[in-house]
Write a new protein. Structure first.
Length: 263
C-alpha cells in the first residue's frame, strides 16, 4: 500500500473532501463553500490528493472540476480487507490479559499461593507410539515445546525416572525463559509424569508444577490428557501462572501438527 496515499488521507479536511466528492464531482468553489474553508486551502488539499492518486481534475473551460479516482480507493479497500479476519494470536492475547487480571485479583485477595489444578485434553491423529516419541525425544521436543511466537533454543531430555528435563524458549527479541525439572514416572507408551518449574531471572522456581500425561490408544488416533498440579507458588509468578492454560493449548496444537505430518 502506497504510504503517500495513506498520508494524504490522514488529514481530516482531506477526508472531508473525499467524502464530499464521493457524492458527486465538484468545483473548488463548491467544495470550499460546502466545507466552509478558504479556496486556497481547498486547492492545496486537492493538489495533495491528486498527487496521491485519490482525485483527478477535469478542466472545463474556466472551471476545474474534481472527481474521485475510485480505483485508487478500491485498491485501498482491497488492502484493508486483508485485515478483516481476526488472527488467532489476537484472541490468545485477549485471553492471556484476562488471565493476568484474574491472577492479580487472586493476589490482592491473598489467594495467589493456593494450590491449583489445570487440565488440557486433545485428540491427535497419530498412533500412540508416535505421540510417545514426541514427549520423550529431545529432537522431537525441540519442534513443538514452545508457545506461538516462541522457539526452543535449548533443551535437555533424559527420559528415565529421575532424568533431567530442561526447556529454554526465546521470543523474537531474544528474551529467554527457562523451565527445569525431572521425570517422575514413565510407563511406555501410556503415561508419563514430570516436574517442570518455570524459573525467575535468578533461576529460582516461580512455582512447582507436576504434569501427569495420559495417552489413550485409539488405533490411528491418540487421546492425550494432561493434568497439572501447581503448588509452592512464589512471588512474581502472576504472568507465568496466567499463561499456563493458554500456553499448553498452543503447545498441543504444535505437537499435533508435528505428529500428524508423518515426520
Amino acid at each position: 500500500m502506497n504510504a503517500t496515499l495513506l498520508a494524504a488521507l490522514a488529514e481530516p479536511n482531506r477526508l472531508r473532501i473525499v467524502g464530499l466528492l464521493g457524492a458527486a464531482p465538484r468545483s473548488v468553489g463548491e467544495i470550499a463553500a460546502a466545507l466552509r474553508l478558504r479556496q486556497p486551502q481547498v486547492t492545496k488539499h486537492l493538489q495533495t490528493l491528486e498527487r496521491a492518486g485519490v482525485v483527478t481534475v477535469h478542466p472545463l473551460g474556466r472551471r476545474r472540476i474534481y472527481a474521485l479516482r475510485r480505483e485508487t480507493l478500491r485498491e485501498l479497500g482491497r488492502w484493508l480487507a486483508t485485515f478483516d479476519l481476526d488472527h488467532p494470536s489476537e484472541d490468545a492475547l485477549r485471553h492471556y490479559q484476562a488471565a493476568i487480571e484474574a491472577e492479580h485479583v487472586e493476589a490482592e485477595l491473598g489467594r495467589s499461593g493456593r494450590p491449583r489444578r489445570l487440565k488440557v485434553e486433545r485428540e491427535v491423529a497419530a498412533p500412540v507410539s508416535r505421540v510417545w516419541r514426541a514427549w520423550t525425544s529431545v529432537d522431537e521436543i525441540r519442534r513443538w515445546w514452545a508457545p506461538t511466537h516462541f522457539t526452543v533454543v535449548e533443551s535437555t531430555v533424559s527420559a528415565v525416572v529421575g532424568g533431567r528435563l530442561q526447556i529454554v524458549i526465546a521470543e523474537g527479541d531474544g528474551t529467554r525463559y527457562v523451565a527445569e525439572g525431572r521425570f517422575l514416572a514413565l510407563r511406555h507408551p501410556a503415561a508419563l509424569s514430570f516436574e517442570l518449574n518455570p524459573l525467575d531471572a535468578r533461576l529460582r522456581p516461580l512455582f512447582r508444577a507436576v504434569h501427569d500425561v495420559r495417552l489413550t490408544d485409539h488405533g490411528p488416533t491418540t487421546r492425550l490428557s494432561i493434568s497439572i498440579r501447581i503448588t509452592d507458588v512464589g512471588p512474581g509468578a502472576v504472568t507465568a501462572l496466567a499463561g499456563m492454560q493458554i500456553g499448553w493449548e498452543q503447545l498441543l496444537d504444535k505437537l499435533a501438527a508435528v505428529v500428524e505430518d508423518g515426520g
